[in-house]
Ligand binder design. Sequence first.
Ligand SMILES: Nc1nc2c(ncn2[C@@H]2O[C@H](COP(=O)(O)OP(=O)(O)OP(=O)(O)O)[C@@H](O)[C@H]2O)c(=O)[nH]1
Ligand SMILES: [Mg+2]
Length: 460
Amino acid sequence: MSLYREGLDDSIVALATPKGIGAIGVIRVSGVNSITIVNDLFKSKNLLQQNSHTLHVGLIRNGDEIIDEVVLALYKNPNSYTGEDVVEINCHGSAYIQNRLLETLIANGCRLAKPGEFTQRAFLNGKLDLTQAEAVSDLIASNTQASKNNALRNIRGGFKTDLSLLRERLVYFSAMIELELDFATEDVEFADRSDLKNVVTELILKTNHLAASFKLGNVIKNGVQVAIIGKPNTGKSTLLNSLLNENRAIVSEIAGTTRDTIEEVLNIDGILFRLIDTAGIRVSTENSIEDIGIQKSFEKMRSADLVVYLFDLNTTSPIDLENVIADFGKEAIKFLLVGNKVDVTDKELLSSFSQFNNLLFISAKQNLNLDQLKQALVQQVVEGDINIDSTIVTNVRHYDALKHLSSALADIELGLNQHLSGDLLSLDIKKCLYYLGLITGEVTNEEQLDLIFSSFCIGK
Ligand SMILES: Nc1nc2c(ncn2[C@@H]2O[C@H](COP(=O)(O)OP(=O)(O)OP(=O)(O)O)[C@@H](O)[C@H]2O)c(=O)[nH]1
Ligand SMILES: [Mg+2]
């Protein structure tokens, strides 16, 4: 921890809003001398005499040079984001002004903040726990509504509440067993083994549930890979273009137009989808480039989270479709069946597909029923036992700790079944407490902290 405490005696500065032109920009200064440093440049009033949580309008000057007219927001420790004295300078949104302000603040004793350093200070000053600090990083990186909501929920501590409750119960048992060890010669049992077993069973359920939410959490953060697969000329590229509303992929009536995969992102109802247009699959071609493309299509089909199998309603028989369904079933591939070119398909032909459930009829070219398809995509993500509004683990580090936690809990369970002695049980309980702590930041090492905070951007 010392490494991190060391840096806390200086004042850091960074632009908190994006670089470039906007109506205003915000420069954030945090640290023991932050108010004094800004006060030296702000001639309108004495900031040292002002209350916390107040706003002050005035000029920032560097000697004779007027840099900008600004609004200062004052936060006194410990009631600020970082827990230190903080001044937020709302200046005009010009890159020149912002740079001049930063240069002047640095010349007067501030240091440019490293990525994530404001949040790191918040953590070190006890304002945030690790899950909250990491959620800030996720929030900054989030690019869809669903992932933003999830990050916000983690910042508010949804995740931590669950884990802290679990931790408290384990701490109790750990203490009781320690007590038993002190009275070892008297053979007493303070920790009721069947109570402990109940707690462990409950913990296992909760831990596994949180770990299972990781896949969904990851999907929200990184996107759902959707491969559009089908025979040549079925309209896969047309579909990609229509969903994106732009001419991204080349479309032609020549079979084998798409030779390489094309990937684009699409946000539907706040969920990020990574749509992949692939080369049409056919048995064998004379063309080696097309063959390589087809090979890639198969790879994408297997690695994607979901396959949209697109077929031409006019050239596909129900038996063809049965075979496709069987093939997907064999490889345990999640898929949606989508019949294209409904605009040029007669009704009788359509009715021959009535035996299939969940079949969608669309026209990629005429934009028919594309909303239905989008809803079906969302449905695939949301359905299942994990509710999107519940606590979701999105962080690989948390996931990893949950996995270890789960196996440590299994060890306790086994130990209880085998009537293991208190000192051995105690070791397993401590292991659980350690992994729980890794997530909430109660035990951690410096390297880990470094890694977490360096993924932030400067100004946060
Ligand atoms: N009538 C009709 N024609 C369509 C529809 N969708 C695509 N097409 C036409 O079908 C032909 C093939 O479309 P593409 O999008 O290139 O098909 P693809 O599946 O990407 O083909 P490959 O890349 O060769 O595998 C083009 O002439 C499209 O205009 C549709 O909904 N209705
Ligand atoms: Mg194509």
